[in-house]
Design a protein around this ligand. Sequence first.
Ligand SMILES: [Zn+2]
Length: 367
Amino acid sequence: MAGLIPQTFIDDLLSRADIVDVVDKRVTLKKSGKNYSACCPFHKEKTPSFSVQPERQFYYCFGCGAGGNAIGFIMNFDQVDFPQAVESLARDNGMEVPREESAAATRRQSENSKLFEVLEEASKFYCNQLRHHEQRKSAVDYLKSRGVSGEVARDFSIGYAPPGWDNLLKATADGASAQQTLLKAGLVVEKESRGSGSGDNANAEETRYYDRFRHRIIFPIRDSRGRTIAFGGRVLGDDKPKYLNSPETPVFHKGAELYGLFEAKKSNNKLKRILIVEGYMDVIALAQMGIRNSVATLGTATSDRHLTTTLSSRSRGSVLLRWRQCGQNRGMESAGGQPAGDARWPSGEVFIPARRRRPGHTGTQDW
Ligand SMILES: [Zn+2]
């Protein structure tokens, strides 16, 4: 069958199927304590060394080392490939493999991979500008004034978008199709058309877009896998707004992403607590002080989805919420403008115990 099977479907299927039933249909199992055993179907033996563990939904042979989950067992025993094993298991559990959606998912995935590529390229471009551009001083001075070290700037891949309308465009896009990709990734803005009949057609193609981020400090926003999915920019000149985020794109959904989560996990795999703050500079300033477990919402109120993102990034732990006294209901505009010091932090804290989420479970209603 063509196309990709959505991971969520596979998770759902595995959580519904029972590996004991799957194996027992093909090899007679004997109960042995918490587990089941049999003579291994994958190598010749007289005493059983093949075991099925219902708790872990896993099978393992101590004789030949074969092991895996229900889908893996079907592949090995029935000698079929992965999609066929999924089909077979789904059929036995009265489920239908979502074929149409899988074709759409494949298409979407290949479109998205182009966006990830161009976003990564842009991130490298901005980092380079912070190191080498002749007008980089204002950016470096600003970061220094906020106490940001080179090490932290590197850890967060902070960059610089120089002044000008087409620096990124010129550096990364040659041709109309590459420009379209930049547009889709939210990196350039389309100029408003001036209507037909203008005599100057010669440059029409080249001048349709301009860089979204100009003369700003650039903060790459990464997803939980570390892929750059968007940018935030803090103004250096007089432009408005002070903080600018990438727009929503196929790979960036503001309500679901947290700035700094990837970096926090990278610095400590077993994060027990996460501190949710308001802006990029708060995350950076805390990192500078050695507090590496803070994340920021992206100009939106903290939502259920944020907490799902946070919780699903670890199986256990707790979330610590703190919020600003003076800016509780205000957006990013207040984020960089508050004076440093204790006055910024109120006393409110909320602990939310995290629970192990079942595979395929996406709701947030049960915590
Ligand atoms: Zn074996």
